[in-house]
Design a protein around this ligand. Sequence first.
Ligand code: ADP
Length: 306
Amino acid sequence: MKKSGKLTVLGSINADHILNLMQFPRPGETVTGSKYQVAFGGKGANQAVAAGRSGADIAFVACVGDDDIGRRIRQQLATDRIDITSVDVVADQSTGVALIFVNGAGENCIAIHAGANASLTPDRVRQHQQSIAESDALLMQLESPLESVLTAAKIARQHQTRVILNPAPAVALSDELLGLVDMITPNETEAEILTGVHVDSDEAAARAAGVLHEKGIDSVLITLGSRGVWLSEQGKGQRIAGFRVEAVDTIAAGDTFNGALIAALLEGQAMDRAVHFAHAAAAISVTRHGAQPSVPWRSEIDRFLQ
Ligand code: ADP
């Protein structure tokens, strides 16, 4: 039985270790950082948190390690209004880790260890298939094993659950997977990897969107950083500008955009209104540091839009 407006997010959970420094170290060099923080991240968790704080009815399918930080992340997800029944604690595994350097120019450089995220296997996805089956939408990214993303997309298709894919980080994808996707939300780099079109203008974004439509995807949203998003649906494309803000850290901008977008769509907002809402959420997030600490709550987004 479908639960109206319900969302399942399937994806990664990481502990982000963020070090701010003036310049990235070169091979063999040691540099001293100016600020260090451990924040909860991972594209799946960030998007789940963004959807939850935006007001969505959401369940999360993911894995943490059997360690202290994994348990703390699970608890935090619950306080972010997320059903964590399907967030498994995997024995003898560590929680996923991202080591993030942020330099003086605000650029980042990231290395990831999948840890427990690698245990989100197709078998484990099948164990949690009821959540996908009873949802209106399934939102996924690519920090989980690709065969598991494909398995989840197939389950969703069998149960008329809409499949939304944020194809990050950038990898080439099979036509089989793309053919199961209803809505895709790449950034410019990811759009180029998927289509071969270098997205440096609205016209190029329209061409990249055309390639993705040909693969069978109905709705294409190419996020363009501070320039907003290229939205292409039913043969019509348009750029919807974002908000001008003083950006301090764009970590999780795309994740916040995705979670807020789906939350707004599931409560029945039209696509252009939902994009506007998601732009507001993402704009707030870039004015703050870190991944999940930067994700705004619904009340903050509504106030920003007043
Ligand atoms: P990603 O973080 O996945 O690379 P983008 O950089 O394209 O994604 O950003 C996603 C969304 O975040 C944009 O569509 C926009 O809404 C918002 N955003 C990103 N950077 C800025 C910025 N500098 N100012 C305002 N909004 C931004």
